[in-house]
Design a binder for this molecule. Structure first.
Ligand SMILES: [Zn+2]
Length: 102
C-alpha cells in the first residue's frame, strides 16, 4: 500500500483509499498534486474472492458453517463484509497512473 504520494510526498488518507474501493476500485487521486493511483491487478484478484468467501465456504461445507451462528448468520456476514472493507486499504497495492500513458 502507499501511505504517501510518491510525487509530492503528501500523506494519502485512508478514507481516500476506502472511497476508491467503494466506487469499485476507482483511482485514488492525490489531493495536493492530482497524481492518480490505481489498484494493482493482483490486489483486485486478491480482494475479489474475499467478499463471497463465506458463501462459498457455506456451499463447500453444506450449510454447516452458518449453523454455528444460527439466526445471527446474516449479521455475521454483514460484519465480515465491513471488516474486509476496512482491512482492504491496508492490504491493497497501488500503481501510479502514468499521465503520458493515457
Ligand atoms: Zn501528490
Amino acid at each position: 500500500m502507499i501511505n504517501k504520494c510518491c510525487k509530492c510526498g503528501k500523506k494519502i488518507r485512508w478514507s481516500s483509499k476506502l472511497g476508491s474501493l467503494m466506487k469499485g476500485y476507482a483511482p485514488i487521486i492525490c489531493n495536493a498534486c492530482n497524481q492518480e493511483y490505481t489498484f494493482s491487478i493482483w490486489s483486485r484478484l486478491l480482494i475479489a474472492p474475499l467478499i463471497p468467501l463465506p458463501i462459498l465456504l457455506n456451499i463447500i461445507f453444506h450449510d454447516n458453517m452458518f449453523e454455528i451462528f444460527g439466526k445471527y448468520s446474516l449479521l455475521f456476514y454483514i460484519l465480515y463484509i465491513i471488516t474486509i472493507t476496512l482491512l482492504v486499504p491496508f492490504i491493497a497495492r497501488y500503481e501510479i497512473v502514468n499521465a503520458q500513458g493515457k
